[in-house]
Design a protein. Structure first.
Length: 256
């Protein structure tokens, strides 16, 4: 993919030079911190109650409940975070007219799409790293198994990359960043809750709805379970929307 690194470095610089990114990062870390505090408070209360009932305590894994709640809340925040990270990627290029200029450079469309996606995924990864210190400190005190933590972060990164790929696609459809963000949020919201309609759609469509649901595939990661079917789902999700973005860019190039 000729031109990947120039696009990647340009988009990464544009991301970190934008005050919007720091505002989004601040809100993201504050909200995740609040969720972490509430989960920690719940963990303390539940541990105290279970200490008074040893027989029931053997049947409940308090650490698993706390970690699962943390990662599920983290994935829910990504519904709002991903559209904000990706809304400017192509919409700004089209509005400012630099997209036509980009077509004149010796850079392939696939390199442009991959570079923009990789830059957004890198920025998201750095935000994800910012949530680790509190969880690591909590893990050192409570001494949990590290597999659920690693699995939870892997699942969060995969679902975040999936959301970013969809946001990149919606950004390629419009010149308005706000429309791009709302379109991405709406599509993600449908994919988030589509699994809840499985019981209303019958056996065949119900199974399809469950497979398309992003939360059903993330739930295993939050529990510390690595399933190849979930890994394949998120990989296919990313590939599909990167492909659609690539085709959209091809159509702009041919239309001039």
């Amino acid at each position: 993919m000729k031109g990947f690194w120039p696009v990647y470095k340009k988009e990464l610089y544009a991301t970190f030079a934008s005050p919007i990114f720091y505002a989004v990062a601040f809100i993201f870390l504050v909200v995740t911190g609040i969720f972490f505090y509430l989960i920690l408070d719940y963990f303390n209360h539940l541990s105290f109650e279970l200490a008074q009932n040893p027989m029931f305590a053997r049947q409940v894994n308090v650490m698993e409940i706390a970690l699962r709640s943390f990662f599920l809340n983290l994935s829910f925040i990504l519904l709002f975070l991903a559209p904000l990270i990706t809304m400017r990627l192509y919409a700004e290029e089209r509005k400012s007219g630099t997209l036509e200029l980009l077509f004149t450079y010796p850079i392939t469309d696939s390199a442009t799409v991959a570079g923009k996606f990789a830059a957004s995924a890198t920025a998201f990864l750095l935000l994800l790293v910012g949530t680790m210190p509190g969880l690591i400190a909590f893990a050192l005190i409570a001494s949990p198994a590290w597999k659920p933590i690693v699995s939870g972060y892997l699942g969060t990164f995969l679902i975040g990359c999936s959301f970013i790929s969809l946001g990149l696609f919606t950004s390629s459809l419009t010149q308005n960043q706000i429309i791009s963000a709302f379109a991405a949020f709406g599509m993600l919201l449908i994919l988030w809750f589509i699994g809840e309609t499985a019981t209303l759609l019958g056996p065949t469509l119900g199974k399809l709805a469950e497979y398309l649901s992003v939360t059903r595939h993330f739930d295993a990661f939050a529990k510390g379970v690595l399933d190849s079917r979930d890994l394949i789902y998120y990989c296919l999700f990313v590939i599909l929307f990167l492909f659609l973005t690539h085709r959209q860019m091809n159509s702009y190039r041919w239309r001039g």
